[in-house]
Ligand binder design. Sequence first.
Ligand SMILES: NC(=O)c1ccc[n+]([C@@H]2O[C@H](COP(=O)([O-])OP(=O)(O)OC[C@H]3O[C@@H](n4cnc5c(N)ncnc54)[C@H](OP(=O)(O)O)[C@@H]3O)[C@@H](O)[C@H]2O)c1
Length: 179
Amino acid sequence: MKSVRLYNKVEIPAVGFGLWKNVIPGVVNKSVKTALGAGYTHFDSAQIYFNERFLRNALQKADVDRKDVFITTKIWNSNQPDGKFQKSLEKSLKKLDTDYVDLLLLHFPVTKTRQQAWKLMETAYKEGKAKSIGVSNYTISHLEELMNESSVKPMVNQVELHVFLQQRRTISSLKHIRH
Ligand SMILES: NC(=O)c1ccc[n+]([C@@H]2O[C@H](COP(=O)([O-])OP(=O)(O)OC[C@H]3O[C@@H](n4cnc5c(N)ncnc54)[C@H](OP(=O)(O)O)[C@@H]3O)[C@@H](O)[C@H]2O)c1
């Protein structure tokens, strides 16, 4: 699988297997097994998908080594406040049965909590609980705010992007962001 090198030198597999709405354990097992067989190594989960534990079980059933897969999860909006953030991350790591995720994302730019939540993301990164950190659903103004305020810059902005939603301004703005 082709990968993309993030600025912190982490290699992210270019195509990931999305797990949104995949919440029936048997279906998770079967689909993850099929995805692995097809060459996927990157699995995109989130706290709000309620399937981190099912993903862990599916990967264990498939007998893959932790180091051979790239796991993404996302901090849900209501878990952004200090205290809740750390508890929810520990829960996610426990559900995934791992000491770290390869990529941890803030799921949405919540108005009142996103700025302090990013500081908690930086701590999680420095503690090794996330090999890389990023955001999701951020627009240009959110990215500008983050680039101005952060000490660890985001490595990823996960956004919806396809022919019917091309987000040209957001994508072209990223070209001007320098770490
Ligand atoms: N960060 C975020 O906020 C965010 C938001 C949305 C998605 N995501 C991530 O991106 C991934 C993809 O999202 P998306 O919006 O592209 O999802 P989507 O529009 O629901 O597309 C899912 C794809 O899976 C297919 N599919 C669904 N159920 C299936 C089944 N039972 N058997 C076989 N194929 C099935 C669909 O086929 P059909 O086209 O034939 O229905 C479709 O091609 C998500 O899983 C998630 O990981 C992240």
